[in-house]
Design a binder for this molecule. Sequence first.
Ligand code: OGA
Ligand code: MN
Length: 321
Amino acid sequence: MTSLTQLSQAIHDAPRWHQAEQFQNPTEITIVPLKDEALGAAVFGLDAKKAQSGETIYRLKQALAEHLILVFKNQSLDDLQYLAFASYFGSIFRPSADNPVLATQEDSGTPPDVVPVSNAVGKGDYTGHGELTPHADHQWTPLPSFGSLLYAIELPQNGGQTAWFNTIKAYEALDDNTKQYINQLQLITYNPFVRFQNNKGTPKEDGYGTSPKYRFKDQPIIGHAYPHPLVRTHPESGRKALWLNTHSEVELVNEDDQIGSELIEKLREHILKPEFRYEHQWEQGDIVFWDNQATLHSRRPFPSDQRRLLKRISLAGGRPF
Ligand code: OGA
Ligand code: MN
């Protein structure tokens, strides 16, 4: 017999319905929209270690499409249990080696299934303690991940909050002329990790925030270019969302440099308005599961001498449309 990968082992070991004490009763679960916030719902009464019913997973998928982020409270999981739970919602995101992302390993050319987002582990942890500017995970790849989960294990005393931005609301709040104009535009988001790999001297480990914010046509192209719609349609709800991060290098296809860069700057300012944003105050045991197709997320910095350890799983998505 060949040995199992971590993911196969996770599914192999996961509890099943017939183990009564390991089965989550769906009637114990409540989903409560976050009060007066731009997005998000909290999920109570669910233990992600347990086997879930079809009814529960369907309900969670619908709630995610509606609220865009789900906050699960009081979890206690090992990596295999975490992978087994996340996999109910899709395949693990595994980009190919030609599209480097956070935590891509030199030997495999792909990131681990569970990425330590941490300054605390030592070797093999990612993102350090600095600010992370608003982004959707893996937006620069041909098939960006549809969603990601972060699970909080150790938290700093100060800072390190994560904020999410509702880019459906941001789109809907635009005036009709702007909507009509941008509906037909395609956007290239250049891969910040390629720039980082090329600039080994730059001591910026997260890959964000080090690039120019717009590529003018006289500037070199760094990495591969995959045009995606600037306004994307959410695959479950059909709602339209702005598909634009706020700081890394982008370019509108077939658009004049000046007009394009000014439009992008204006849209970025718009997305950053507080009415589209929810800031999460982490508590140990939280899992936040978000939709990358219709949100951005950012992180506040925290002191380098305080420990923070979260674990991230990203799930595969389709070609944006
Ligand atoms: C990520 C990320 C934010 C945080 O892991 O993709 O953006 O709060 N993390 O650490
Ligand atoms: Mn991220």
